[in-house]
Design a protein around this ligand. Structure first.
Ligand SMILES: CC(C)(COP(=O)(O)OP(=O)(O)OC[C@H]1O[C@@H](n2cnc3c(N)ncnc32)[C@H](O)[C@@H]1OP(=O)(O)O)[C@@H](O)C(=O)NCCC(=O)NCCS
Length: 171
């Protein structure tokens, strides 16, 4: 397995993985599946902004996971904070793919001067919470019943990690 930058040819596999999560899980709080155009626009937007889109690929160069980060909130005071996401193909879960993707996301964020990374997950997503905690993230917020899907309330959990000891910028 390798972790590499995503290329346009990977976008259909990223789309399929994301849409599977939309249909089957509470990883994405929506029931609206995306189109290939939606994902291509997202991919090109991230690239244009210099934001990473990574894939994990197996020996056959099939996409078995992806990860990315983008702005946490739009106002400039949040510019050194990023929100990431990571998805692994179900049949490849629990083999270290998520850990390797998130580790690389943290490295890239650190290199780019991002100060804080935040994962925002469903409070019942034990796998994601355990993955993040294993990599040094802490649960720093929980908003009970902030969302709903599949006929139940979902708690929003923030998992964050301060990546460096940089002083706050002057402005
Ligand atoms: C969360 C997710 C990315 C984890 O990826 P993964 O490749 O299966 O995780 P890894 O194999 O790298 O696991 C790393 C560690 O996380 C923890 N972990 C992962 N899955 C777990 C599970 N189902 N239950 C408990 N702990 C789990 C373990 O500590 C594990 O280390 P170990 O296997 O040595 O015990 C994956 O389950 C997934 O894609 N879920 C659907 C999408 C999603 O929820 N994404 C997160 C929201 S952004």
């Amino acid at each position: 397995m390798i972790i590499r930058n995503a290329e346009p040819k990977d976008v259909p596999a990223i789309l399929a993985l994301y849409n599977h999560a939309v249909r089957q899980t509470t990883a994405a709080w929506t029931t609206r599946e995306e189109t290939l155009d939606d994902r291509l626009t997202w991919f090109e937007g991230r690239k244009k902004q210099g934001l990473p889109v990574l894939v994990a690929a197996n020996e056959a160069d099939e996409v078995i996971g992806f990860a990315s980060y983008g702005p946490f909130r739009p106002r400039e005071g949040y510019r050194l904070t990023a929100e990431h996401s990571v998805y692994v193909v179900p049949s490849f879960q629990r083999r270290g793919v998520g850990r390797d993707l998130l580790t690389r996301v943290m490295e890239i964020a650190g290199e780019k001067g991002i100060h804080v990374l935040i994962g925002v997950v469903d409070g019942d997503n034990a796998a994601s919470i355990a993955l993040h905690e294993k990599l040094g993230f802490e649960v720093t917020g929980r908003v009970p019943q902030a969302g709903t899907k599949f006929g139940r309330w979902l708690d929003l959990v923030f998992l964050s990690k301060v990546l460096n000891t940089a002083p706050a910028p002057d402005k």
